[in-house]
Design a protein around this ligand. Structure first.
Ligand code: FAD
Length: 318
């Protein structure tokens, strides 16, 4: 079973990654794949899940479940897993996925591997899976020994793979329990039109080297040209130069984009903890000895105020 989380009625790429990943696990076990969506999603959008290998698409359209409620959504996913006889449940390692997965695991008495980055290996009845550990500083291979297993997949770590089945969505009705609504999300305040940081494929991030918020147009302009999300180091958000939800690292968000561009960030271990699973890291820093260069794939030793405007012009001309 794969949970297809919708964002305002649409599926993000990370959902198609999770469906493709779950399809591959189903194939490893010669079994079928069911996808479940909760909330208001149009049939045409739901049916996209069939393109990536869902044999069955369950749609839970219930007014009480219109907005995300951790406990209630976990109950629905667990009851779908039971009725489908699914012993592996795949969830995207998104904000809500991280809240849901342990709750589903409790309900199904399942082992949980969170933040996986590769397909499980299944040999001689053993089910092992590679995941990030210690805030992304290391990888761990863990074995799930329980009959039921919950996996959350790190975004950008598995390729979207088309495998059309032609399945169409069908209703799945559940009667949520009152006790599932003890804590209800009332409102999420968000900046309109910005690319979501945890799911971004490209991230442009700024540190204290940018001197002050008045210089952030450099980060924003480069991000706009690249279709990237913006991020920052902790001291930058602590100083109020940028909002806290942009802070990446051990105490902030962990990101795993295809490209992470760090401008004027020293590369402290606590910062690297949140970005080290990025595929390509580009560092711009005027100090050639900055620790960030040790983990960079590409580095420019130079003043951000010279380098970044040139980079923006180069991307514009590309
Ligand atoms: P600095 O360390 O001040 O580095 C600025 C860099 O900019 C320098 O390398 C400098 O050479 C360069 N620079 C200066 N001027 C220019 C210029 N004109 N052009 C180009 N480069 C220039 N930090 C995080 O980011 N995330 C976390 O989650 C986090 N969690 C923490 C948790 C704990 C418990 C602790 C103790 C610390 C944590 N920190 C975290 C803080 C971390 O240790 C560093 O202090 C922080 O990452 C440094 O931020 P910075 O690189 O922006 O600033």
């Amino acid at each position: 079973l794969v949970y297809a989380e919708n964002t305002e009625g649409k599926f993000k790429k990370s959902v198609f990654e999770a469906v493709s990943y779950a399809r591959a696990i189903a194939d490893q076990n010669n079994t079928s794949l069911t996808a479940i969506s909760i909330g208001n999603v149009d049939a045409g959008i739901l049916n996209e899940l069939a393109k990536y290998g869902a044999d069955k698409i369950l749609n839970v359209a219930n007014d009480q479940l219109k907005n995300f409620v951790n406990q209630a959504y976990a109950s629905v996913i667990a009851s779908a897993a039971k009725s489908e006889g699914s012993d592996v449940v795949v969830i995207s390692n998104s904000f809500s996925g991280r809240g849901l997965a342990p709750r589903v695991a409790v309900k199904l008495e399942a082992g949980l591997a969170d933040g996986t980055v590769a397909l499980p290996e299944q040999n001689n009845g053993k089910f092992t899976v590679k995941k990030t550990a210690f805030s992304g500083k290391a990888f761990a291979t863990i074995e799930l020994t329980s009959a039921n297993k919950i996996i959350t997949l790190t975004p950008n770590s598995y390729q979207v793979t088309e495998k059309p089945t032609g399945a169409t969505a069908q209703d799945f009705s559940v009667e949520p329990k009152e006790s599932d609504f003890r804590a209800v999300l009332k409102e999420i305040a968000k900046a309109a039109g910005k690319i979501s940081l945890p799911d971004a494929e490209i991230v442009v991030s700024g540190g204290r080297g940018l001197k002050g918020p008045e210089n952030w147009h450099l980060v924003e302009d480069l991000a706009t040209e690249l279709g990237a999300a913006t991020a920052c180091s902790k001291p930058v958000s602590d100083a109020g130069w940028r909002p806290h939800e942009e802070h990446v690292g051990q105490t902030g968000i962990a990101v795993s984009p295809n490209l992470y561009i760090a401008i004027g960030i020293s590369g402290a271990i606590q910062h690297l903890a949140g970005i080290s699973s990025s595929k390509v890291i580009v560092v711009i820093n005027k100090d050639a000895e900055a620790p960030f260069f040790k983990v960079a794939d590409y580095g420019i030793v130079g003043d951000a105020f010279d380098v970044v405007p040139k980079l923006i012009e180069a991307v514009k001309a590309f």
